[in-house]
Design a protein around this ligand. Structure first.
Ligand code: NDP
Length: 451
């Protein structure tokens, strides 16, 4: 069929970070674009992920700041915390951001269908309303959803999706998982005064992060009152007449909790999309298989973001969406996203940030490795009487001095890491860092002073 016989040049399914970027840039290149979203424009990051989570992290941090400020001379009198006020302010801001995403799409002439879409033929999409449209290209950007394990009573547990809408904070919460979401929400709930228990199937938290940084988070979190149980699985969750739940874990007696939350990974949203009608190949975990240009095995169908399960991070989905638009509708060469050396952060209390190889990975990959460490108590913590130490680690190629990884756990670590990651991505060496004069007094100066 010639291009002009299709209703659209591009039909995007899913208006999250990747889908919105791809649609907007494709439209800016002159493509006629439509996008379908069954929930809310903005997707996981804006509606029930990164954005509202970070606002809760800010809210939670005040618990420590209000305690510490007294050592800095402030007398703040009675303190109280109103969860409903924070929750509603956060949800209002989410609605504001959703509006600005919608405006961006509309101002670029992207047609928005607020309904579910299914592929019903190689170039055909059918909307929940029954309307059928055709498109020259189709982009799958449907994201992922929380995995809910299959223990008895699992339906009584919440995921991070519901955590933003709680009517009250639980006195005691059991969180399953030891990854990003478990550690971030453990920090949030703990600062709000909840009794937090993390239950993990394995023996380590945040598997992909450097061991020293993971160990430090465990130690600090334990000191803050978060309880951890490792190598444990859920046997059942049963509602209790007086409210809350009876929870049985594999290695303990039945206990009571007000809330159980699962944070055990995310599953690509590929069911019911009709991908089989177009012959799109899926991987073992249900993810859409794509090449380096985000193209599926079907020439005119692409996929970006969490649904491809490459790196489940918002900025990566955005890059993939941008690269797709440049490749398919741009005037230049095809653009592939470089998935190497991606910096990341865990917004735990305190946060972790990293780029490049861990010490273990570097030792397994490179012949010789040199490691520099800075283990210090931030000045603010010293005056506050807070016995909480930060850690920074730089991993270098032993022969060339090239920095292959930086790992941190410190207040503001993600802010510091964004700048440091540029240097690592650019292939700078330890000597380049040492040649840079420190900004004193900061935590970041440790980066250029490591021995
Ligand atoms: P993670 O992949 O970070 O962690 C999953 C955890 O659950 C691990 O501890 C894992 O254990 C455990 N687990 C996996 N499968 C099961 C199972 N079937 N039963 C019990 N435990 C299980 O997942 P999250 O859900 O925390 O987050 C999902 C993704 O979202 C992250 O991978 C990340 O990409 C993204 N994200 C990023 C954030 C950020 O950038 N700050 C914040 C939040 C999410 P094991 O180690 O043994 O596999």
């Amino acid at each position: 069929m010639p291009a002009e016989q299709y209703d659209y040049d591009l039909f995007t399914i899913g208006a999250g970070s990747g889908g919105v970027r791809a649609s907007r840039v494709s439209a800016a290149h002159g493509a006629k674009v439509a996008i379908a979203e069954e929930h809310r424009v903005g997707g996981t990051c804006v509606i029930r992920g990164c954005v509202p989570k970070k606002m809760l992290v800010y809210g939670a941090q005040f618990a420590e700041d209000l305690e510490d400020c007294q050592r800095f001379g402030w007398d703040i009198g009675e303190r109280s915390f109103d969860w409903i006020k924070l929750r509603d302010n956060v949800l209002d801001d989410v609605t504001r951001i959703e509006g600005s995403y919608t405006n961006t799409l509309e101002s670029h002439g992207v047609e928005i269908f607020n309904e579910r879409a299914e592929i019903t033929g190689p170039h055909e999409i059918t909307l929940a309303s029954g309307k059928t449209v055709t498109a020259k290209h189709i982009l799958i950007a449907t994201g992922a959803r929380p995995r809910m394990p299959e223990c008895q009573g699992a339906e009584h547990a919440i995921s991070s999706n519901e955590a933003f809408h709680l009517d009250e904070l639980p006195k005691k919460i059991i969180i399953a998982g030891g990854g990003y979401i478990a550690n971030e929400f453990a920090g949030i709930f703990n600062e709000f005064g909840c009794d937090v228990h993390i239950v993990n199937r394995g023996d380590r938290l945040l598997r992909s992060y450097d061991e020293a940084v993971r160990d430090r988070l465990l130690q600090i979190s334990t000191t803050k009152g978060i309880k951890f149980r490792f190598n444990t699985t859920f046997e059942y969750i049963k509602p209790c007449d007086e409210g809350g739940y009876f929870v049985k874990l594999s290695d303990c007696d039945e206990e009571k909790a007000d809330l159980v939350m699962f944070a055990v990974g995310r599953i690509p949203n590929t069911e019911g999309l009709g991908l089989e009608n177009a012959g799109v190949e899926l991987g073992e975990g249900g993810e859409v298989k794509v090449d380096r240009f985000s193209k599926t095995n079907v020439d005119h169908i692409y996929a970006v973001g969490d649904v491809t399960d490459r790196v489940q991070l918002t900025p990566v989905a955005i890059r993939e969406g941008q690269a797709f638009a440049e490749t398919v509708f741009g005037k230049g060469e095809p653009v592939a996203v470089d998935h190497s050396c991606i910096p990341s952060a865990v917004f735990s209390h305190p946060p972790i940030a990293a780029v490049g190889m861990t010490e273990g990975e570097a030792k397994n990959t490179l012949g010789s490795v040199k490691v520099y460490l800075s283990d210090f108590r931030p000045m603010k913590n010293v005056l506050a009487g807070r016995n909480e130490r930060s850690l920074m680690k730089m991993v270098c190629d032993g022969d060339s001095g090239k920095i292959v990884g930086i790992h941190m756990i410190a207040p503001e670590a993600p802010e510091m890491m964004q700048a440091a990651a540029i240097a690592v991505k650019a292939g700078l060496t330890k000597a380049d860092f040492d040649a840079t004069v420190a900004i004193h007094p900061t935590m970041a100066e440790e980066l250029v002073l490591m021995r």
